[in-house]
Design a protein around this ligand. Sequence first.
Ligand code: PA5
Ligand code: NI
Length: 190
Amino acid sequence: MRSFSLLLDFKTGEFTPHDRINMRKLSHMKGMFFDTESELQILRKEDPLIYSFSEKILPEENGHLQLATTTIQPGKIGEEYFMTKGHYHRRPDTSEVYLGMGGEGCLLMQTVDGDFDSIEIRQGVIAYIPPYWGHRMVNTGKTPFIFFAIYPGDAGHNYGDIERTGFKKILVERDKKPVLIDNPRWKQRD
Ligand code: PA5
Ligand code: NI
């Protein structure tokens, strides 16, 4: 394999050239937001884009790294901010680094044993996600929230466990401010 370079647009988060842009609309995240009534009401009228991520396809092998940039739109479903689905890695003993590029948000992390952590992210903040921690990003601002991610080539994505349990805490707007509250629907994985 040969070396290569990419150009990263800090305003949109897109790579040039990129191999794939994934779009996640509300209909792709059924049941992930707490307020399912608001979700249904919105879906009756429209199917808003929640986030997109631009990827360069690289070998899914130990020794390589994967690169991606995500842009989460500003907005809420009920009082919960737009967010990514979140995942553990398919190879759970792999880590990841996120770099905030624009906008503001929060990184939520949890382990299957019920440990929880969060880090506020803005431009320039580098967050290290250790092995075994599931991760989700949330846009708490009024502009698109953009971040760069780099992780081991063979880490993969495990969405199923988050789909089953949800996150232990959710980020909602109260008095115009983001507040982290316990997720009443969270269940520990058995
Ligand atoms: O690898 C990562 O953690 C990111 O590039 C995410 O895949 C990206 O932010 C989209 O989130 P998710 O994979 O949870 O849908
Ligand atoms: Ni990841």
